[in-house]
Design a binder for this molecule. Structure first.
Ligand code: CTP
Length: 408
């Protein structure tokens, strides 16, 4: 788990009134596991869902509920707590709380703490999907974001109210990871990173296409990791069912030629291009205007023509970004990948074995990184973790390329 950034960190957890408050109890434990010191402040409504005693037992510290607690306020307890915090995380953050925070109210302990603290504030919204979609909530969120408040989630799925949609609190381990990520070194600050992800679909007729089994998860994880590392990220995505990583600019495409056009345009201002897409090498020579019908018992032959090679076209440009290719292979992984490095004129190839439960549709992956200096193995890990490691290596390569160019 990427929790090292939280070791010893003083985290004030604010819990507001919503059914998801029950998950905040588990969150206290997970923050503790990550090494954070946790104190909890609740709204009066949160205490209707979970008792302060639960949080007191889990955090090992007294829980604050009210601005008018005579005992705690004898020594200006809320100011002391506001100064103590190095991070403020509000989870769950209700629609009402977000509205009050956005408008700078200080009518209860938690909003007062947020105003009185210099610590970064992060909110993890949780509410009914209609409340989440409401223009007022979205406007409040936009205002909070513009002031630097971090927003974690929400996730989509089935809700306690019986509806399905966006508005679920992220899981405790996801929240811990999101908070830890805010402390990651900004190795790509000021860099423009262009990433392609997912498959391409080549239409045969109005109902059929040629595609492949790429899920897009590796490329999307790289986009998320690059955003975390401070990059300005453009993600060119083939047809996939994945949410856009927060902070990335997404361009949706379908065919290899659409992807080629979008990437070539965006590459003009990119420092690095990570080609994680599984681009279809061939497309039907013609797209039938109507659904192709069976003719008798005979088979059929589809005439294919070759698609442009995006990486090779970028490599031929006079001012080219750092080029990172992927090589998904079913055999002789390293040899094929090294051949691709040379043939396409790349700076780095990330190679992996696909098939037999590995690669495209799996959550975990392992990568072999190949460049002109040698080979580095990144052992099996989640695609998110691998993406972070790859992003760190890309940041080093960018720096090395610049210092090399400056010396020449
Ligand atoms: N790629 C590309 N344009 C294409 C095909 C592939 O930019 N038309 C990129 C992919 O995004 C990937 C790398 O090239 O980063 C390798 O893709 P892969 O399909 O493994 O290799 P190919 O070049 O198609 O070679 P082969 O099919 O012979 O393995």
């Amino acid at each position: 788990m990427a929790s090292t950034g939280l070791a010893g960190r003083r985290v004030l957890l604010g819990v507001t009134g919503g059914i998801a408050a029950y998950k905040a109890a588990e969150l206290v434990r997970r923050l503790g596991d990550a090494g954070a010191q946790v104190r909890v402040a609740m709204t009066e409504n949160a205490a209707r869902f979970v008792t302060p005693l639960t949080f007191q037992a889990l955090s090992g510290n007294p829980v604050r509920l009210s601005l008018w607690d005579e005992h705690a306020e004898a020594a200006m307890g809320h100011i002391e707590l506001a100064r103590w915090a190095e991070d403020i995380l509000i989870a769950p953050a209700s629609a009402d709380f977000l509205a009050r925070l956005a408008h700078g109210l200080a009518d209860d302990l938690l909003t007062t703490l947020c105003l009185a603290s210099a610590a970064p504030v992060h909110v993890a919204p949780a509410m009914n999907q209609q409340m989440w979609a409401n223009a007022a909530t979205q406007a409040n969120l936009a205002l909070l974001r513009s002031r630097g408040v971090g927003v974690f989630g929400p996730a989509a799925g089935s809700q306690a109210c019986g509806e399905v949609g966006s508005g679920r609190l992220l899981e405790p381990n996801e929240l811990v990871e999101a908070l830890a990520n805010t402390h990651r070194p900004q190795t790509l600050a000021g860099r423009r990173v262009l990433i392609s992800a997912g498959p391409t679909y080549e239409d045969i007729d109005p109902v059929r296409f040629l595609g492949n089994r790429s899920s897009g998860r590796m490329g999307f994880a790289i986009a998320a990791a690059a955003v975390e590392a401070g990059a300005d990220v453009t993600l060119v995505a083939g047809p996939v069912h994945l949410p856009t990583p927060a902070g990335a600019q997404r361009i949706d495409v379908r065919s290899a030629r659409e992807m080629h056009a979008a990437v070539m345009r965006a590459a003009e201002s990119a420092d690095v291009y990570v080609a994680a897409a599984a681009v279809g090498d061939f497309r039907p020579q013609e797209i039938a205007a109507h659904k192709i019908k069976k003719r008798g018992d005979g088979g059929m032959t589809l005439e294919l023509t070759q698609n442009p090679d995006i990486l090779a076209d970028l490599a031929a440009l006079p001012r080219r970004p750092l080029l990172v290719g992927f090589a998904a292979e079913t055999e002789h992984v390293e040899a094929h990948a090294r051949a691709k490095l040379e043939r396409k004129g790349l700076d780095l190839v990330a190679a992996n074995q696909v098939g037999g439960g590995l690669g495209f549709e799996a959550d975990d992956n392992c990568l072999t990184l190949i460049d002109h200096d040698g080979t580095t193995h990144l052992p099996t890990a989640s695609k998110r973790e691998l993406a972070r490691q790859l992003v760190d290596i890309v940041a080093q390569r960018l720096e090395r390329r610049e210092t090399g160019a400056a010396r020449r």
